[in-house]
Design a protein around this ligand. Structure first.
Ligand SMILES: NC(=O)c1ccc[n+]([C@@H]2O[C@H](COP(=O)([O-])OP(=O)(O)OC[C@H]3O[C@@H](n4cnc5c(N)ncnc54)[C@H](O)[C@@H]3O)[C@@H](O)[C@H]2O)c1
Length: 305
C-alpha cells in the first residue's frame, strides 16, 4: 500500500518504527532536529538491545540482509527529505504544541501523503487540525519495542476516512502486525488503562507498600502480565511517561491523571528510564532502588523466557 515511509522524531520509538519498516523491505526516511539523535538512533538499529546485529548473532538474518535493511534507511535533519514519502509517521515528544508545529512542517513538504501520529494519548482530531487533509490523518500507535510487539493501535479522528483506516488495518496485517481500531479519546484504549495501573503502582512504591520488584512479580505471576507496571514505565522512559500524564491531565483536567510525585522527582533527578534504551539516563525506577528487574528474576528462576 505504501512504498516510502517517513518517520519524524528519531528517538526511542522513531528508531524502532524505522527498523520495523526497513525490515519489511520498505524505504524509510527518518528525520530529527538533533544530529545526535540521528547518530544514536542508527547505532540502536544496528547494535542496540533490539537491533539487527542481535538477529545476525541468533542466525535469524544474514549479515548481507542486515546491510540491506540499513541501506533502506536514510536520515536527515531537513524535513524536505520527506517529499516523496507516501506515509509519514510523527514520533516526536508527547507535547501537543510541538506535535502541531511538526505536523504543519510535514504537511508543507509532502504531496498527498497519509500522515499518522504515534502519540500515546493526544487527541487525533486536535492533531488533524494541523494538516491540510484531516481525512488522511490518523493515530498509528506502536508499542515498545515496535520491531517485536505485534500490536498497533489505529486511532480514528473525527474526520479520518473510514475506508483508509480499514485499508491501513489490512496493510498492517500483511506486515505481520495485529491492529486494533479505536475512536479518538484521551489515551485511546491502551494508554488509558496502562496509565492507571502505572500510576497506582508508582504511588504504592512512593507510599512504601512494596518494592518495585515485588509489585511487578505480583502482577506478572498473579495476573499473567508479561511485564509489571513499574518495569513497563522504565521501558517506556520515565520522561515520556511524565509527558503522557501531563498531556492527559491537560486534555481532561481530571486529577486522576496528575503525575505521581515520585515520577516527577525521578525525572528531575535524571532518572529517565532503562539506560540500555535511553541514552544519557541515570537509570529507571529499578536502578534508583537498586533492584534486579522482575523479568530478570523470573528468567533466572527459569519461570519465564
Ligand atoms: N516510549 C514508548 O514506549 C512509547 C510507546 C508508544 C508511543 N510513544 C509515543 O511516541 C512519541 C515519541 O516517544 P519516544 O519515547 O520515542 O520519545 P524520545 O524522547 O525517545 O524521542 C523523541 C524524539 O523527538 C525528537 N524531536 C523533538 N522535536 C523535534 C522536531 N521538531 N522535529 C523532529 N524531531 C524532533 C527528539 O530529538 C527525540 O529524538 C511520543 O508521542 C510518545 O508518547 C512512546
Amino acid at each position: 500500500m505504501f512504498k516510502k515511509i517517513g518517520v519524524v522524531g528519531f528517538g526511542l520509538m522513531g528508531t524502532q518504527i524505522t527498523q520495523f519498516f526497513a525490515q519489511q523491505g520498505l524505504e524509510v526516511v527518518a528525520i530529527d532536529v538533533s544530529e545526535e539523535s540521528l547518530k544514536k538512533g542508527m547505532e540502536a538499529i544496528k547494535a542496540g538491545r533490539f537491533g539487527l546485529q542481535r538477529l545476525v548473532e541468533k542466525g535469524k538474518i544474514t549479515e548481507d540482509e542486515m546491510n540491506a535493511v540499513l541501506d533502506r534507511i536514510t536520515t536527515s535533519t531537513e524535513y524536505s527529505a520527506l517529499k516523496d514519502c507516501d506515509l509519514v509517521i510523527e514520533a516526536v515528544f508527547e507535547d501537543v504544541n510541538l506535535k502541531l508545529k511538526v505536523l504543519k512542517e510535514i504537511d508543507a513538504v509532502v504531496e498527498n501523503a497519509v500522515i499518522g501520529s504515534n502519540t500515546s494519548s493526544i487527541s487525533i482530531t486536535k492533531l488533524s487540525s494541523a494538516v491540510s487533509n484531516p481525512e488522511k490523518f490518523l493515530g498509528i500507535h506502536f508499542f515498545n519495542p515496535a520491531q517485536i510487539q505485534k500490536l498497533v493501535e489505529l486511532v480514528k479522528g473525527l474526520l479520518s476516512d473510514e475506508k483508509l483506516v480499514s485499508d491501513i488495518k489490512e496493510w498492517f496485517i500483511q506486515l505481520g502486525k495485529v491492529p486494533i481500531v479505536v475512536n479518538d479519546s484521551p489515551g485511546f484504549a491502551t494508554s488509558r488503562l496502562g496509565l492507571v495501573l502505572g500510576k497506582e503502582a508508582m504511588l504504592m512504591v512512593q507510599e512504601g507498600v512494596a518494592t518495585p520488584q515485588d509489585i511487578d512479580i505480583g502482577m506478572m505471576l498473579g495476573y499473567g502480565y508479561s511485564m509489571g507496571p513499574i518495569e513497563t514505565g522504565d521501558l517506556v522512559g520515565l520522561d515520556t511517561r511524565l509527558r503522557i500524564y501531563e498531556a492527559m491531565y491537560e486534555a481532561t483536567k481530571d486529577p486522576k491523571w496528575a503525575p505521581p510525585k515520585l515520577l516527577v522527582q525521578l525525572v528531575d533527578a535524571g532518572y529517565l528510564g532503562d539506560p540500555s534504551l535511553k541514552p544519557g539516563s541515570k537509570g529507571g525506577v529499578y536502578e534508583y532502588f537498586g533492584q534486579e528487574r522482575a523479568t530478570q528474576v523470573l528468567k533466572r528462576l527459569g519461570i519465564r523466557k
